[in-house]
Design a protein. Sequence first.
Length: 195
Amino acid sequence: MLSNYKIFIKGMVCDRCILAVKEALHELWIPVTGIALGQVTTITALSEPDMDTLREKLALLGFTLLEDKKTKLVREVKNLIDQVYSGSYDFPDNFRFSEVVSSALNKDYSMISNIFSEAEGVTLEKYIKEYRVEKVKELLVYTDETLSDIAFKLGYSSGAHLSRQFKDQTGLNTSHFKEIRKSKQALTHHPDNRS
């Protein structure tokens, strides 16, 4: 299911404004599903750097980027998830993402969770599980780290816990992705592939 995210723009007053904004979005490779006076609808929420770039581009055209509070909160939560589950976060004992996000955004976790679920169509917990599983796949295919190392990097209690959750989410064993890595290595090291 594709989500639609609204971006509000101050200063759009005519059809030429719509054309100027449409061209700016096209130049920035931002996928758009609709543009109207004062509003753009995109397929996905934009990252903080993308929003900054868009803000600068629109300012050059005489427009101001406005962001509703819910969209901003969802973007901040996603950025925090990316920071925490990047593979370089130092997880303290008894780590709880709910405490980290509440503290970082200075808001009640249930409110954050409700807004996130409403905007994304999926619970925050499910989003984090899916994000972590995608990160596990990436690390299994592109690094030679052990399952225990990956579990430690992504805040799982153990390699077995990671493996169980991975199987529940994907229906596949982690060994499937290790095999993909071996196949990729075999292809790059095959004598016929040398230049």
